[in-house]
Design a protein around this ligand. Structure first.
Ligand SMILES: CC(C)(COP(=O)(O)OP(=O)(O)OC[C@H]1O[C@@H](n2cnc3c(N)ncnc32)[C@H](O)[C@@H]1OP(=O)(O)O)[C@@H](O)C(=O)NCCC(=O)NCCS
Length: 179
C-alpha cells in the first residue's frame, strides 16, 4: 500500500477499500461541519456511498489522472486530500481537501497540502497547481495563503451548495514560483 510519511504524526495513505468504514464514520460524525462547504455530504448516506467514492478514486489513479489519500494523524484517520484529475494538455491540476472536525486547528492540512503541491511539481512535473475555495471559507483560504499561492480572482456563483450558490476564490501556484 502506498504511503507517504510527512512527520512523526502525519501520514498520507492511498485510499483503499478497507478504509471505507472509518471514512464513512468520520463523515457521519461531523456532517454539519462538512456540509457548510462541501456539496456531497447529504448524498453520502451509507458506507456503500463511501465505497463507491473509493472505487472512483482507484480508477482515477489507475488511469494516471491523479490520486486521493487519507490523512492519518497519530495513527487515526483525520481527513482526505486529493487531486481533481490532471489536465495533462495544460500541465495543471487542482487540489481538494477536508478534515474531520476533531483534527482541525493543528496545521495538519497545510502540511498535507504542501506534500501534494510538491508531488505535482516534482513527481508529475506539472506547471500549475490550483486551489479553489468558497469566498467565505476562511479556514480553507488560509491554506493556499500560508503556502504562498497567488490569489488570482473570483469565479462568481461557481458552486451550488444545497440551497445557494457560492463564489470561488482561485489560488494558483506555478512550478517556477514554488521552486
Ligand atoms: C478547510 C480545513 C481542512 C482547514 O482545516 P485547518 O485545521 O484549519 O487547516 P490546517 O490543518 O492547515 O490547520 C491550520 C490551523 O492550525 C494552526 N496550526 C497549528 N500548528 C500549525 C502548523 N504547524 N502549521 C500551520 N498551522 C498550524 C493554525 O494557526 C490554524 O489555526 P487557526 O485557524 O485557528 O488560525 C477544515 O476547516 C475543513 O475540513 N473544513 C470543511 C471542509 C472544507 O471546507 N474543505 C475545503 C473546501 S475548498
Amino acid at each position: 500500500m502506498f504511503k507517504h510519511i510527512i512527520d512523526q504524526d502525519v501520514e498520507l495513505r492511498l485510499l483503499d477499500n478497507h478504509h471505507a468504514e472509518v471514512i464513512f464514520q468520520s463523515i457521519d460524525s461531523c456532517r454539519e461541519h462538512l456540509r457548510e462547504w462541501l456539496p456531497w455530504v447529504d448524498g453520502t448516506k451509507t458506507v456503500e456511498d463511501t465505497k463507491s467514492f473509493i472505487e472512483m478514486t482507484k480508477k482515477q489513479f489507475a488511469s494516471n489522472e491523479g490520486f486521493q489519500t487519507g490523512i492519518w494523524y497519530q495513527g487515526e484517520f483525520a481527513g482526505i486530500i486529493g487531486y481533481h484529475g490532471i489536465n495533462w494538455a495544460n500541465k495543471s491540476v487542482s487540489i481538494g481537501y477536508w478534515m474531520d472536525e476533531r483534527y482541525i486547528g493543528k496545521g495538519i492540512m497545510t502540511k498535507a497540502c504542501k506534500a501534494f503541491v510538491d508531488y505535482a511539481f516534482y513527481g508529475y512535473k506539472l506547471n500549475r497547481v490550483e486551489i479553489r475555495c468558497a469566498q467565505g471559507n476562511d479556514k480553507s483560504r488560509a491554506i493556499p495563503g500560508r503556502l504562498g499561492f497567488h490569489e488570482e480572482g473570483i469565479i462568481r456563483e461557481s458552486e451550488w451548495l444545497y440551497d445557494h450558490y457560492v463564489d470561488h476564490v482561485v489560488y494558483g501556484m506555478l512550478d517556477r514560483e514554488w521552486k
